[in-house]
Design a protein around this ligand. Structure first.
Ligand code: GSH
Length: 227
């Protein structure tokens, strides 16, 4: 059984990391059972064995892997079917999706929900969360999140590549879901679980795909705790 260190809020059932969700979906896709351990930002000692300070981290027997992308590659190597990537070419394309999401979607969503995140993180994490994020943004969390009702429109426009792909195929992976779907849906789980603010257009064409993602793997995403 694989063990996953999974970012949790004050409520241990609230799991909200955009990167851990990619790993949760990928494990479910493979049908691999997982034991998740709730992890808080200040639990640095608990994952020191991985040689770095971020989650997701998995432990599979004696093997330790950190970083969601490295974990996906590891899972694919251990258990090639059902595929996450579909070969070297698919993996190369998924790497582009991963980089696009990390550099466009993650920062975009962060400015829309970062103050909401403060409300869900564990009490012991609140000072660290505020100070680390405020020094990253150079502004208070309240200032970063202000004006989101207007700013969200530009964020939604930035998701045009997803809308265009889903116009011609049911999944980002083509005829079946792949790790590309897990990357995008995992990132949307971050906002779904922590904020009542809708980062995607509720009437838009990404919604039907995300609803299908929530239903996959026995409704893993849909069953997730939300605020
Ligand atoms: N590139 C990494 C990013 C992982 C990451 O940033 N995880 C966040 C949680 S969403 C984290 O552990 N942050 C620790 C911190 O901010 O101190 C991946 O894909 O796994």
């Amino acid at each position: 059984m694989i063990t996953l260190y999974d970012l949790a809020g004050a409520d241990p059932a609230l799991r909200f990391s955009p990167y851990c969700w990619r790993t949760r979906f990928a494990l479910a896709h493979k049908g691999m059972p997982v034991d998740t351990i709730p992890w808080r930002f200040t639990d640095t000692d608990a994952i020191a064995f991985s040689g770095q300070g971020r989650v997701p981290v998995i432990r599979d027997g004696g093997v330790v892997v950190s970083d969601s992308w490295a974990i996906a590659e590891y899972l694919e190597e251990q258990c090639p079917t059902p595929a996450l990537f579909g070969g070297a070419l698919g993996r190369a394309h998924a790497r582009f999706i991963n980089s696009w999401v990390d550099s466009v979607m993650v920062p975009g969503i962060a400015t829309l929900i970062v103050r909401d995140l403060l409300d869900v993180v564990a009490d012991k994490d609140k000072d660290y969360f505020r100070s680390s994020r405020e020094s990253r943004f150079g502004r208070t969390l309240e200032e970063v999140q202000a004006g989101r009702e207007q700013r969200v429109l530009a964020f939604r426009a930035s998701l045009a590549p997803i809308r265009l792909v889903l116009r011609t195929q049911p999944w980002l992976g083509g005829a079946a879901p792949s790790y590309a779907d897990h990357i995008v849906a995992g990132t949307l789980m971050w906002a779904r679980c922590t904020s009542k603010f809708s980062v995607i257009d509720p009437q838009g064409s990404i919604v039907p795909w995300f609803e299908r993602m929530l239903d996959l793997y026995g409704g893993l995403g849909r069953a997730a705790r939300t605020v």
